[in-house]
Design a binder for this molecule. Structure first.
Ligand SMILES: Cc1ncc(COP(=O)(O)O)c(C=O)c1O
Length: 385
């Protein structure tokens, strides 16, 4: 069956006891057992629940995974993956990663004796050069945040595996309707399901999916031991969001390409970073792995300083000034003061997070309305020439 069909039907079979076409929301935290010491399918909801199992089945199917796990947030999912590491292990991570992942690696994982080296994920040679004998994990984003870099996942998988390391890919910006990293050689795919998978800005959630059943079991062990599982109501919302993932993304990608092209021709815009534009450094690779759908996240720089950039972000009417992304409503933010505020000044310079950088998430509004909103916000800025 095709992706759209599976998104609706796998993990969504009619409830055998009632015939309901929508999965019931199980809120029970504990389950009566057949006998003392004889365990039924579910015992305690941290270890598993029918509602979570259903959405995990959908996710595993859509990612082509041996198994998937639903977490209480994207960071909880990433944290679980890093808990496979032990003291003395080393991680190579992409430079162009989410600020929260940067913080987790540098300020939490280091407490357990795990060290980190950053390397540009879109340059496999530099990733290779960063590998050490004790490198046990490579962690990259399939579309880098906020510069929209595209790594060569198969090449990086080979580099990681040659060193006996796992490759984890945060594919939040490129959900399985447009890219499936496990099919390209990654061992773990992670999502902030708060974004496209949920799709409606109403459900904080995270996902890990593993290519291999043994790895899935190890991750499950860590998840159950540490407890950051997704609750029943959020599992339901996530499952409902996934049903329209492919349709939403198709429209969002189409609008994003149109808006990116328009921005590129705007006299007050210095440069546009969108993998669907031929001007993007990784456009050929993006086309190779994603076909003609390049996601719906765009970064651009205006001809202005920090204050003017801030003003543009504050002047839009339709684009909400907010972090997060991937939902039906469009959002705008200034990475240097918002999503990537935890980077120190040196890291911002090194990773291209300039004061005039703006990141937008294209939602499902009419693209003409979105362009008019951006045009008014950019055009109204005093001092921008
Ligand atoms: C690329 C990426 N990874 C991970 C996360 C963290 O996810 P969450 O906010 O669901 O914990 C985010 C959140 O913005 C993100 O954009």
């Amino acid at each position: 069956m095709k992706f759209r069909t599976r998104a609706i039907h796998v993990g969504n079979e009619p409830d055998p006891s009632t015939g309901a076409v929508v999965n019931p929301i199980h809120l029970a935290t504990t389950f009566v057992q057949p006998g003392a010491g004889t365990w039924g399918q579910y015992d305690y909801s941290r270890s598993g629940s029918p509602t979570r199992a259903a959405v995990e089945r959908t996710l595993a199917d859509l990612e082509g995974a041996a198994g998937a796990l639903a977490f209480s947030s994207g960071m909880a999912a990433t944290h679980c993956a890093t808990m496979l590491l032990k003291s003395g292990d080393h991680v190579v991570a992409g430079c162009d990663i989410y600020g929260g992942t940067f913080r987790l690696l540098h300020k939490i994982c280091n407490r357990s004796g795990v060290s980190v080296t950053l390397a540009p994920a879109d340059d496999a040679a530099q990733v290779k050069a960063a590998i050490r004998p004790n490198t046990k994990m490579v962690w990259i984003e399939s579309i880098g945040n906020p510069l929209m870099t595209i790594p060569d996942i198969p090449e990086i998988a080979d580099i990681a595996h040659a060193n006996g390391a796992l490759l984890g890919v945060d594919s939040t910006f490129a959900p399985p309707a447009i890219l499936r990293p496990l099919e390209l050689g990654a061992d773990i795919v992670m999502h902030s399901a708060t974004k496209y998978l949920g799709g409606h800005s109403d459900c904080l959630a995270g996902v890990l999916a593993a290519r291999d059943a043994v790895l899935h079991k190890e991750l499950y062990f860590v998840q159950n031991a540490t407890g950051a599982v997704l609750g029943g109501l959020e599992c339901f919302l996530l499952q409902r969001g996934i049903k329209t993932l492919e349709l939403r993304l198709r429209e969002q990608c189409k609008s994003a390409l149109q808006i990116a092209k328009w921005l590129e021709g705007h006299p007050r815009v210095k440069r546009v970073l969108y993998p669907g534009l031929p001007s993007h450094a990784n456009h050929a690779r993006a086309t190779k792995y994603m076909g003609n759908q390049f996601g719906a996240m765009i970064s651009f720089e205006i001809n202005g300083d920090f204050a003017m950039t801030k003003q543009v972000c504050q002047a839009t009417k339709l684009f909400g000034l907010a972090v997060s992304l991937g939902a039906v409503e469009s959002l705008i933010e200034q990475p240097s003061s918002m999503s990537h505020a935890s980077y120190d000044a040196q890291a911002k310079v090194a990773f291209g997070i300039t004061d005039s950088l703006i990141r937008i998430s294209i939602g499902l509004e009419d693209p003409q309305d979105l362009m008019a909103d951006l045009d008014a916000a950019i055009g109204a800025m005093e001092g921008i020439r």
